[in-house]
Design a protein around this ligand. Structure first.
Ligand SMILES: NC(=O)c1ccc[n+]([C@@H]2O[C@H](COP(=O)([O-])OP(=O)(O)OC[C@H]3O[C@@H](n4cnc5c(N)ncnc54)[C@H](O)[C@@H]3O)[C@@H](O)[C@H]2O)c1
Length: 351
């Protein structure tokens, strides 16, 4: 089969990790007999430099006409002087909103081989960690009304019931395919949006009686993630809470360089990207970990192309090379590591 993919490499380490991800994609294509029509387009800082805006029209058009979007990361200090909608990162918010990608799926899995890089005590993570964070992506405070003056600023958190209901449906569907356990995280003791969130989740839960549902306040959830992370299976939460908790979850699984994500709507189309940013501090040094973006490509095979075998092949290749002891700098003690390109070579050999 031939798949149309829009490729946005982005800024900082984005181009490095995406070049490696494309190499893995072609290796999977060769192994399973697929071909890819890859169209590279710009967004973020690279687009500001080349086209004078963070999201050129052609980028949106190509993304809309693709089966999936693969994205590196955008942003960097070079564009820190830009305000509001002109910032590189705002391109991603527009892309997600315009493409109707309201569900961000972030698996946080600790590979057995990496348990020593987990900053928690070994008894806390004994037996491994495997959870999925389902984060609402196109509502909440990042998209609410805003106002700024010299001495005042305001960002509003807003949610409609339908926005909560559709992300809750996604989370329950995922829970049904896993251990049928869902924790919905909110701040219902303080926020009206959270009270609507809780009520709506309870309403949707009636359609999924097999799923065990609990509610937790976000401050407690931040604590529980470090004292007892194994209690979580599927976490459902709103946009900003999910943003913060998924970074926390990523660190307890080893490194932010390991975690992929999928942004989905109500069709097969999806946008796939690592959860980390553009890491300008390590850009251009061939030391960035490409595994988060390579695993994001695996999620693309699973969620958009419905090709579980191809997805598993990538995930198994990653697991195997970690078991063999290959590491990038971020997942070592600073010694005995290989580069971005070299670790990808190992993954491709394993495939
Ligand atoms: N989706 C996105 O495009 C996205 C997400 C978050 C941040 N950003 C942007 O990225 C820029 C840098 O942000 P930040 O420093 O807060 O977050 P970051 O995720 O880029 O980096 C945080 C730390 O993790 C390290 N790191 C990140 N990815 C890594 C990888 N693949 N391998 C090894 N180490 C890795 C970095 O070196 C840094 O020390 C900012 O402009 C920010 O706005 C973009």
């Amino acid at each position: 089969m031939t798949f149309n993919i829009a490729l946005i490499k982005g800024d900082g380490i984005g181009p490095e990790i995406m070049n490696e991800t494309v190499r893995v994609l072609y290796a999977v294509g060769e192994k399973f007999g697929h071909s890819f029509e890859i169209k590279e387009v710009l967004a973020g800082g690279a687009a500001i430099e080349a086209a004078g805006c963070n999201l050129p029209e052609i980028t949106m058009e190509v993304c809309k006409n693709s089966d999936a979007v693969l994205l590196g990361a955008v942003g960097g200090s070079k564009w820190d002087h830009l305000q509001g909608s002109k910032r590189p990162e705002m391109a991603l918010l527009t892309l997600r909103k315009e493409l109707g990608l309201f569900a961000n799926i972030r698996p946080a899995v600790m590979f057995e081989a990496l348990k020593d890089t987990c900053p928690l005590k070994s008894e806390i993570v004994e037996g491994g960690l495997d959870m999925v964070i389902v984060r609402e992506l196109t509502g909440g405070i990042y998209f609410g009304k805003r106002e700024t003056s010299q001495t005042y600023a305001c960002d509003c958190m807003e949610y409609w019931e339908y926005e909560i209901a559709r992300i809750a449906e996604k989370a329950f569907q995922i829970a049904m395919k896993r251990n049928k356990k869902l924790t919905s995280i909110d701040k219902a003791n303080v926020l009206d949006t959270s009270r609507l969130w809780r009520k709506t989740v309870d309403k949707i839960s009636k359609k999924y009686p097999e799923v065990q549902v609990s509610h937790m306040y976000v401050d407690n959830a931040a604590m529980q993630l470090v004292i007892n992370p194994k209690q979580f299976d599927v976490i459902l939460t709103e946009n900003m809470f999910g943003d913060i908790l998924s970074d926390e979850a990523s660190m307890i699984t080893g490194s932010i360089g390991m975690l992929p994500s999928a942004s989905l709507g109500d069709k097969q189309f999806g946008m796939y990207e690592p959860i980390h940013g553009s890491a300008p501090d390590i850009a251009g040094k061939n030391i960035a970990n490409p595994i988060a973006s390579i695993l994001s490509a695996a999620m693309m095979f699973r969620h958009t192309f419905s090709m579980e075998e191809e997805a598993r092949a990538i995930e198994k290749a990653v697991e195997s090379i970690l078991n063999q002891g290959y590491r990038t700098l971020d997942i070592t003690n600073g010694k005995d590591y290989i580069g971005t390109m070299e670790i990808t070579d190992k993954i491709i050999e394993m495939l």
